[in-house]
Design a protein around this ligand. Structure first.
Ligand code: PLP
Length: 220
């Protein structure tokens, strides 16, 4: 088995009574590995690429909750709109408008998280604080009726400086609390990956996205 069972059990026990959802990030990993984790009871999986996700969706059990955690291009929303459980990385209004349109076509509402730019790296995506305020205003004006904003998502800087990561998570958690008071049902905070999930949970994350700890390092 190519999955790390001990790591899986360890993470589950760490989050056991904390109301934290573990999203197993399975990008670049074969369907056999996903099936193996599914057979142990794991239902939430995260993918970064639309084509790969669609193939896996077709091959695997239909009660899997698929999370899209990558950078989603507007022209690809239609491929995942029929089945996606939660889109984590909404980072542009244009994308929100397209998700709303495709959700309407499917006769469903799609759950989304707004991605916030909290890291130092310019290469990372996401809204800044003032852009968030504008989007929250639009949501309250019911501009995207087929989208449910369920909370925020973010990625900390890629660094060994734990204090820095911690302060970025703290900032995101603060924004998440503010957002929660203005958007009903926006109670999710997706933050934390293999290298920093413990810090994230300590700062209030309730959804962690873990790949390499569970499936091993990726080649790509
Ligand atoms: C790949 C990825 C993860 C998982 O990263 P690991 O370090 O392997 O746990 C989490 N979140 C996002 C947005 C990713 O792209």
């Amino acid at each position: 088995m190519a999955i790390d069972l001990a790591a899986y059990k360890n993470i589950l026990s760490e989050i056991a009574d904390k109301h934290v959802t573990l999203v197993a990030v399975s990008k670049f990993k074969p369907v056999e590995d996903i099936q193996a984790l599914y057979d142990l009871g794991q239902k939430d999986f995260g993918e970064n690429f639309v084509q790969e996700l669609v193939l896996k969706y077709e091959a695997l059990p239909k009660d899997i909750h698929w999370h899209f955690i990558g950078h989603l291009q507007t022209n690809k929303v239609k491929y995942i709109a029929p089945f996606i459980h939660l889109i984590h990385g909404v980072d542009k209004e244009k994308l929100l408008i397209e998700i709303d349109k495709q959700a309407a076509k499917q006769g469903r509402k799609i759950d989304c998280l707004l991605q916030l730019h909290i890291a130092e790296e310019e290469t990372k995506f996401g809204f800044d604080e003032s852009e968030l305020a504008v989007i929250v205003g639009n949501i309250n004006a019911n501009k995207y009726p087929n989208v449910n904003i369920r909370g925020l998502m973010g990625m900390a800087s890629f660094t060994n400086d734990a204090e820095k990561v911690k302060s970025e998570f703290k900032k995101l958690a603060g924004l998440a609390r503010t957002t929660q008071t203005s958007i009903e049902g926006s109670d999710l905070l997706s933050m934390g990956m293999s290298g920093d999930y413990a810090l994230a949970v300590a700062e209030g994350s309730n959804m962690i996205r873990i790949g390499s700890l569970l499936f091993g390092a990726r080649q790509v």
